[in-house]
Design a protein around this ligand. Structure first.
Ligand SMILES: Cc1cc2nc3c(=O)[nH]c(=O)nc-3n(C[C@H](O)[C@H](O)[C@H](O)COP(=O)(O)OP(=O)(O)OC[C@H]3O[C@@H](n4cnc5c(N)ncnc54)[C@H](O)[C@@H]3O)c2cc1C
Length: 523
């Protein structure tokens, strides 16, 4: 089936700035189905320009993201301007829900949500942040060269910052705002670099027309008198917090080695977090990255994430091929026809008289139900893992001059298109437990709004179980109807849950009763 309309996507990228867009670009180019959800608030948004990015030096941050989004969209990737507010783990799928109520079921999440800068609690810092209050000599240093620069040390990082700013200006002052005093060694290094030291704290920053006035007082070292320091710019070292609230119940968040904040713990090469299906890239995992590094990180993590998807694809393909062979052997072992050729009596009883629309029959076998539905006016797609069954079904439809689209498809690896069918039917489902939940969920998702999923199952009474075990068949390895009821999402309700005599049961059947479920999706 067409992968672009699948209900499950390969990767949900949360955050579509440098790291997320670069990751999405790579994944789109290798035809992964990807959705990027981006709240549109990159860390450097307060700054007018983005410096130090080769090829884009000086570009406005918003222009950079807009261009990145255009490049990502060119490969068919959807970018949704919204915020993920909840992530849940449905065994082998992750589900992200946005503020506006959209949900995305994905095999992997790539977390590229960046971080929040926690600025020192000094009046005037926030108001001038990204303009005359800066933090990064690499991002803004050249632009403030030769100016009067005050490095306000609230974290112990001040000496390090001041030594870099001293390369750019001979007028740098380190204001010792921390509880801790400078060591003799630090003072010596600052002196050698020509950095002045001010031992009083900054109480507030007042922006004047063309400069900043730092109001000093409350000495860090001694109780010297209050005063003022006029400078052109001030530098601070923010603490930080990863934007990871939505996944904190799923991944480990650890202290960063700088002691200035926390990060989502992720493998340096693959970006894999403590969750086997969540990767992280960019500032959320490494606060020291600038835009170029974050983009490179996203790009690399995407390639490693893709490798893990390839391995999973191969496992699926191997299992699917084995199951197809098993089913083909069963059909071949029962002559030219395994089933009665009649439509299922419970299906006929339930669906007769329903206004026809689009129908999907999953696990259609030799096609009797699908052919009957088509004869009632339904536009039918019917799928089965067995190529033998599909060949027989096509022959049966052609003999009766009935038009049904039969496809040899394993619903576990190739889910049906989302929200597309008014009626979906599954007769006697045999979804193995290891991937049954995900298969069933994608089938549920193929039901159109207001449509119904019709499931007919065997009633597993003592006699039926005994017969199954005697024939080497263990129903416990399959998803049961009770499991399906447990998996129902909020937008489905149970319209029918009945145990009935099985109409027209084949004479050799060991199941005299059917359990019938009609599960209706909200309009
Ligand atoms: C003031 C300032 C100026 C800077 N200037 C420069 C510079 O000149 N050059 C440079 O190289 N670096 C600069 N940086 C650093 C730069 O901002 C970061 O390196 C870069 O933004 C990291 O990219 P990222 O993709 O990891 O995260 P971000 O760019 O922060 O992007 C994270 C994205 O995720 C989104 N998001 C977060 N949570 C969610 C959610 N739940 N759902 C959906 N979306 C979500 C955000 O809205 C944002 O769009 C500057 C930083 C600051 C603070």
């Amino acid at each position: 089936m067409n992968s672009s309309t699948r209900s499950d996507i390969d990767v949900l990228v949360i955050g579509g700035s440098a790291a997320g867009s670069a990751a999405a670009l790579q994944l789109g180019r290798v035809r992964r189905s990807v959705v990027v959800v981006d709240a549109g608030e990159p860390r450097n948004a307060p700054a007018a320009h983005m410096q130090g990015y080769l090829g884009h030096d000086g570009m406005a941050p918003a222009d950079f993201v807009a261009r990145a989004h255009d490049e990502v969209r060119a490969y068919g990737t959807e970018i949704v301007v919204d915020r993920i507010i909840e992530v849940t783990d449905d065994e082998d799928r992750l589900v992200g829900t946005t503020e506006s109520g959209r949900t995305f079921r994905a095999r992997r999440i790539l977390l590229a949500t960046g971080l929040r800068d926690l600025l020192p609690d000094i009046p005037g810092v926030w108001e001038n942040w990204g303009d005359r209050v800066i933090h990064c000599p690499w991002c803004h240093g050249w632009e403030v060269r030769d100016q009067r620069i005050a490095v306000i040390d609230t974290t112990g990082m001040g000496t390090h910052q001041a030594l870099i700013f001293a390369q750019l200006s001979a007028r740098v002052t380190l204001v010792v705002n921390t509880e801790a005093t400078l060591t003799d060694e630090q003072r010596e290094r600052l002196e050698l670099a020509g950095v002045a030291v001010e031992d009083r704290s900054v109480i507030a920053i007042d922006a004047q027309d063309d400069h900043l006035t730092l109001n000093l007082g409350g000495a860090a070292v001694d109780d010297s008198a209050s005063g003022r320091l006029d400078v052109d710019v001030a530098a601070v070292a923010p603490r930080f917090e990863p934007n990871a609230t939505v996944v904190e119940h799923l991944v480990d968040v650890a202290d960063h080695m700088s002691d200035l904040g926390r990060v989502v713990a992720a493998d340096a090469l693959t970006g894999l977090t403590s969750h086997p299906r969540i990767h992280a890239a960019g500032n959320v995992a490494d606060p020291m990255q600038q835009v170029l590094h974050a983009a490179a990180h996203g790009s690399r993590v995407a390639t490693m994430l893709n490798v893990s998807l390839i391995e999973e694809d191969l496992d699926d393909a191997r299992r699917s091929a084995e199951e197809r062979t098993e089913w083909n052997d069963r059909y071949a072992g029962r002559g030219d026809q395994m089933w009665s050729g009649n439509p299922n009596g419970s299906l006929v009883a339930e669906v007769s008289g329903v206004a026809p629309g689009r129908a999907l029959d999953v696990g259609c076998g030799e096609g009797a139900d699908a052919i009957w539905l088509a004869q009632q006016g339904w536009e039918v797609t019917a799928t089965d893992i067995s190529t033998t069954a599909i060949a027989r079904a096509r022959a049966a439809a052609s003999a009766r001059a009935v038009d049904v689209s039969f496809e040899a498809v394993d619903a576990a690896v190739d889910p049906p298109p989302a929200a597309s069918f008014d009626l979906v039917t599954i007769a006697y489902p045999s979804f193995k437990r290891d991937n049954g939940a995900r298969t069933f969920r994608s089938i549920l998702d193929s039901v159109a709004r207001g449509g119904a999923l019709f499931v007919i199952g065997h009633v597993l009474d003592e006699e039926a179980l005994k017969h199954a075990h005697e024939h080497g068949f263990d129903p416990a390895i399959y998803l049961l109807l009770d499991d399906m009821v447990d998996l129902l999402p909020r937008d489905f309700s149970i319209e029918v849950d009945d145990t009935r005599e099985r109409p027209n049961a084949p004479a050799d059947s060991h199941h005299s009763q059917d359990r019938v479920l009609v599960l209706r999706r909200d309009s």
